[in-house]
Design a protein around this ligand. Structure first.
Ligand code: 1GP
Length: 241
């Protein structure tokens, strides 16, 4: 039988209970500059990051295993998969956000990919973290919107976003991820973060379009337990200095 251990999730719960804010750097395997990987790992080690997420909406790289094992040689942060589809599963990682795109109505992203992934995950040692993934309008069409062929929730319909997050929680999701989309013009509105955080109990991840320290701070202050930074670090390795 698969031994169930949850060190990553337990640590997120502990951090939430202690109001200790978390930060993840999202790495897209397609955008890795291998020649400067060591330098990038050194920058991650000097940053306030607590987690590394690996994945993207449409990753074509076959080097996810290699990337993770290289990172592990020089960095002790937990590595969590953030996959756009089951082809991005790597047994080298520590855990996986087992995402269901609950803001959308595309069955492929609600359950089909998960059905395909389940037998693979059942045999793996990855920590599986069921996550309700909620896409919010980010001002421009983002990759996740295009790939999933779903409409994001309106930035102004806070009630609908809260109800979606609550439904996710009631369905047993252990995390809620509010996503504006990678490279979004507009990050998730702070009012939405506040409302979801006040009206749900599970830890809250927020990402998409956050490109400076003020944005990170504001998301944390509004109730995000873990903020995700992708593009800003990808464009500038010195971002956290
Ligand atoms: C995307 O939330 C993450 O899924 C990060 O977004 O690339 O805009 O930081 P950015």
């Amino acid at each position: 039988m698969r031994l169930q251990v949850h060190p990553i999730y337990d640590e997120i719960l502990t951090a939430k209970a202690q109001s200790r804010k978390l930060l993840a750097i999202l790495l897209d395997p397609d955008k890795i500059v291998w020649e400067s990987l060591d330098q990038m790992i050194a920058k991650i080690n000097l940053s306030p990051a607590t987690h590394i997420l690996i994945g993207g909406s449409h990753v074509t790289s076959n080097d996810i295993d290699k990337l993770i094992s290289e990172i592990k040689k020089g960095c002790r942060l937990p590595i969590v998969l953030f996959p756009g589809n089951p082809s991005q599963i790597s047994h080298e990682a520590d855990g996986i956000l087992f995402l269901s795109l609950i803001s959308g109505r595309n069955p492929d992203f609600l359950i089909e990919h998960q059905v395909k992934a389940a037998p693979i995950l059942k045999k793996s040692r990855l920590e599986i973290i069921p996550t309700g993934y909620i896409l919010i309008e980010g001002g421009n069409p983002t990759a996740v919107e295009k790939v999933s062929q779903t409409k994001p929730l309106s930035r102004t319909n806070i009630e609908k976003v809260v109800a979606t997050a609550q439904a996710g929680e009631m369905l047993g999701k252990k995390l809620i991820y509010l996503e504006a989309g990678s490279g979004a013009d507009l990050a998730v509105p702070l009012e939405i973060i506040t409302a979801v955080s006040k009206n749900t109990d599970v830890p809250l991840i927020v990402g998409g379009g956050i490109r400076n320290k003020t944005g990170i701070q504001a998301a944390h202050d509004s109730g995000a337990d873990l903020v995700v930074i992708g593009t800003a670090f990808e464009n500038d390795m010195h971002f956290f200095e």
